[in-house]
Design a protein around this ligand. Structure first.
Ligand code: A3D
Length: 318
């Protein structure tokens, strides 16, 4: 039988800006899940090159042919399908919120236009904190349409909620679906009414007290890790970013929670905040509006107010 040659299809390419804990772990996940070639960019000489070489040396054992390039030169990131921003400081002890905002805002303003100039058709996923505000700023300086810009937090926050529900009930996380809206931080809005174990709302399975304490633990899920490890989490954050990238590259039309730009849904306009979206190859295909109770709406609006206050600080601090 005649065998036709396989067409020479281009591999998807993901550019990760910031070869730190989240960026390096994400590169590892992407190549070892055979999802994309990776270009890892960092301002520190040698760091991205070293991680890339380490990952290339693992290829024979990990059994994949993905290319990993480490660079300090944006021209190597050309024609990426997805750009992930993980450059920036995590908040450290003694650092005020405004300090973090100022430092990371200047990084975002510097790197995003350079990355987009190389990959004008890319979809942009922001991980840098403070997440909702950096996503807004990245969108502003990128010039991209809002459906091609999103913040990674909701997938992670929902996964933390899932993990704590699973631990409390002793049930597999595979059967648990959790919903978390709002900003990534103290004002996030985990929603028990929309969180289920194989369709059964957790409100049927747990006491109000147990749910309240799981919600608190979810809100401080990142801080709990920092306290233990003395550094910001990266396994779960990189897993969340990887799941979003898979949904985009495979055009999966998945319902996921991301920081998305709102133009009236939930009564909110001109900010990025965590909401359910449908994610596919074009980016955010639609923002899904849940029918919230008045308490849920006011919690979401409270979160939006805190994001808005920080967005309003941006012109003064940078
Ligand atoms: P870290 O391991 O310190 O890595 C940050 C990297 O950014 C370092 O390699 C730096 O050299 C690099 N960097 C700094 N400035 C630049 C620049 N101008 N250009 C290119 N690279 C630069 O931090 P991390 O990986 O743990 O975290 C990275 C960011 O993600 C921080 O802002 C964290 O707060 C944030 N983060 C967010 C989440 C969310 O859930 C939203 C989770 C985990 C981390």
């Amino acid at each position: 039988m005649l065998t036709l040659p396989v067409p020479n299809m281009r591999s998807p390419k993901v550019c990760i800006i910031g070869a730190g804990n989240v960026g390096g772990t994400l590169a590892h996940r992407l190549v070892e899940n055979d999802l994309a070639d990776v270009v890892l960019y960092d301002i520190v000489q040698g760091k991205p090159q070293g991680i890339a070489l380490d990952l290339m040396q693992a290829r024979a054992i990990a059994n994949h042919d993905r290319q990993i390039i480490g660079t300090n030169d944006f021209s190597d990131t050309k024609d990426a399908d997805i750009i992930v921003l993980t450059a920036g400081l995590p908040r450290k002890e003694g650092m005020s919120r405004d300090d973090l905002l100022r430092i990371n805002a200047s990084i975002v303003k510097d790197v995003i236009p350079k990355a987009i100039a190389q990959s004008p058709d890319a979809i942009l996923i922001v991980v840098t904190n403070p997440l909702d505000i950096m996503t807004y700023l990245a969108w502003q300086v990128s010039g991209l349409p809002p459906h091609r810009v999103m913040g990674m937090a909701g997938v992670l926050d929902a996964a933390r909620f899932q993990a704590f529900i699973g631990m409390e009930l002793g049930i597999s996380d595979a059967d648990i679906r959790a919903t978390v809206l709002g900003g990534h931080g103290d004002t996030m809005v985990p929603l028990p009414r929309f969180s289920t174990v194989n369709g059964v709302p957790i409100t049927e399975l747990m006491s109000q007290n147990a749910i309240a304490s799981i919600i608190q633990r979810t809100r401080h899920g990142g801080a709990e890790v920092v306290k233990l490890m003395q550094t910001s989490a990266y396994f779960a954050p990189s897993a969340a970013a990887c799941a979003m990238i898979r949904a985009i590259l495979y055009d999966q039309h998945r319902l996921m929670f991301t920081a998305a730009y709102l133009t009236g849904k939930y009564g909110l306009t001109d900010l990025f905040i965590g909401v359910p979206v449908q994610l596919g190859r074009r980016g955010i295909e639609k923002v899904i509006e849940l029918q919230l109770t008045s308490d849920e709406t006011s919690a979401l609006h409270n979160s939006a107010t805190s994001i808005r206050e920080s967005i309003n600080l941006l012109p003064q601090i940078s």
